[in-house]
Write a protein that binds this ligand. Structure first.
Ligand SMILES: [Zn+2]
Length: 67
């Protein structure tokens, strides 16, 4: 369990939202995840953009990953 909670790329501890967004954008099947910074560089977008996406999904209330 523990190793699931750290970024695969840089090793920082992950928030539940980081994992939820990863699942949303990349894959729900993955067992290892990356932090927002690493996800941003993988997707070629700003960390801020990802943070706004988290807020968006959370406020929309439609996604089961964000509750
Ligand atoms: Zn990282």
């Amino acid at each position: 369990m523990g190793s699931d909670r750290f970024c695969l790329s840089c090793g920082v501890p992950l928030e539940a939202d980081d994992i939820a967004l990863y699942m949303k954008l990349i894959s729900r099947m993955d067992r290892q995840f990356v932090c927002l910074d690493c996800l941003g560089s993988r997707l070629n977008c700003e960390r801020q953009t990802l943070e706004k996406l988290i807020v968006y999904y959370r406020q929309s209330g439609r996604c089961v990953l964000f509750r």
